[in-house]
Design a protein around this ligand. Structure first.
Ligand code: HMG
Length: 400
């Protein structure tokens, strides 16, 4: 008996209320903006407002999925993040109540740097393979933050991607073969007492390349497809130039000559959203997937590769086949709106937001109402986050 295919049935993303243009940041750093535009492949970065966090973004990403598909058979919520808001309680539980999900559910938060959402996707596949009637909501949500004035600062960003994983998916059939790689290294980390990550930038780039090559080797050893079978490659994108570096490295390591046109054709569609959003850690690879699906190329019936990396480090290489008719399920217009409706801010406003810290004294603090999205962080009181829902703003039924 053939097992039913399992994969991504719906995908939706949300980003922040504000955006900082990299021309502004380049002036502040005293460097040519081309360094950011071409050297890193970044035009801008999403910046969270005072009343936004990983929960408000996650809920905004997932709400349209719940509206379209309901909650029937949804028994599991897997939320991946590395910018968690609590050491004990899963951020997924705040989302669970904001979205009115059923009490008959398991909700958990996963962490392994930018790789966490890939683990969530694999766990979701395993659950559905055992019981194909079940549906799993996977959410990747992060705010990437580095110290001001550092080389890593232009690679900040923020976004959440929500995916409904089911049997007989309408968008992407995930393939069971996958290659993995893990190694205990210190290329990027964030001790509990810090809000900004610590990073050894140059060594992290080399660690990423070594890890994805290791994951690719394991994938091939387990009977995975040949490199030439994939139409497009979606890589984790800490900055979009990294996807190009990664693809060149992979081709080179397998004895191919990585000519610019081949690399461009394999990677460029997937960089469209990340270029202007910045690094969104766990969400970055899946923003790449959303951009590839929303791109010009018709991917119906085509195999695409997903290449995940999380510092520390873990990598995974896996593939999926795009389902015929997938475009009817996409949210291309809503995705474009999420990007264009962001409000540009100047450097001083960005800096104030970057330096702001949530009060930790346990008293009631009301947060300024800056956003206009469906969910906001309204206050902190007795060490609890108080969220507010503006249901009239949810773009619920958009299908384009
Ligand atoms: P940097 O100091 O900007 O590096 O740091 P650079 O001076 O070598 O410049 C970068 C590129 O810009 C170079 O190109 C320059 O030639 C070019 P490359 O040699 O790389 O091809 N350049 C210019 N191009 C055009 N016009 C110009 C110009 N000037 C220079 N005028 C670095 C870069 C990525 C190290 C830094 O931004 C950083 O530390 N970022 C954070 C760490 C990171 O993103 N690492 C990536 C791999 S690790 C990862 O992906 C995991 C992560 O997402 C975390 C997680 O897993 O949770 C980070």
């Amino acid at each position: 008996m053939n097992a039913r295919p399992v994969g991504i049935h719906d995908i939706s993303f949300a980003t922040t209320h504000y955006v900082l243009d990299h021309v502004v940041l380049a002036q502040q750093h005293g460097v040519d903006a081309d360094k950011f535009h071409f050297g890193l492949g970044q035009d801008a970065m999403s910046i969270a407002a005072a009343d936004e966090d990983i929960v408000t973004m996650a809920a905004a990403a997932a709400a349209p999925i719940i509206e379209r598909h309901g909650v029937e058979h949804l028994r599991t919520v897997l939320l991946a993040t590395e910018s968690g808001i609590d050491q004990a309680k899963s951020a997924g539980l705040y989302l669970h109540s904001l979205l009115g999900l059923p009490t008959a559910a398991r909700v958990v938060e996963l962490k392994q740097a930018c790789y966490g959402a890939t683990a969530a996707l694999q766990f979701a596949m395993a659950l559905i393979t055992v019981d194909p009637s079940q549906r799993v909501l996977v959410i990747a949500t992060d705010i990437a933050k580095y110290e001001l004035g550092t080389a890593a600062e232009p690679t900040q960003g923020a976004a959440a991607v929500a995916m409904l994983v089911t049997a007989d998916p309408a968008i992407l059939r995930l393939e069971p073969v996958s290659g993995v790689y893990a190694k205990d290294i210190m290329d990027f980390w964030r001790p509990n007492y810090r809000t900004a990550a610590v990073v050894d930038g140059k060594s992290s780039v080399l660690a990423y390349l070594e890890a994805i090559e290791g994951a690719w080797q394991d994938y091939r050893d387990r009977g995975g497809r040949k490199l030439t079978e994939f139409t497009q490659f979606c890589y984790h994108q800490p900055f979009t130039k990294m996807a190009y570096k990664a693809h060149r490295h992979l081709l080179d390591s397998q004895g191919f000559t990585p000519d610019p046109q081949t690399v461009e054709a394999a990677v460029s569609d997937s960089t469209g959203y990340n270029r202007t959003i910045g690094n969104s850690y766990t969400a970055s690879l899946y923003l790449g997937l959303a951009a590839a699906l929303d791109g010009h190329a018709d991917l119906s019936g085509r195999p695409i590769a997903l290449v995940s990396y999380g510092s520390g480090c873990v990598a995974e290489f896996f593939g999926g086949t795009v389902v015929d008719g997938y475009r009817d399920q996409l949210r291309t217009a809503a995705n474009g709106n999420a990007i264009t409706r962001r409000k540009p801010i100047d450097y001083d406003r960005y800096r104030a937001l970057h330096e702001a810290e949530l009060p930790s004294d346990g008293r009631r603090h009301v947060l300024p109402e800056e956003t206009s999205g469906p969910f906001r962080l309204a206050a902190i009181s007795e060490h609890k986050r108080i969220y507010e829902t503006r249901t009239e703003h949810i773009e619920l039924t958009e299908i384009n």
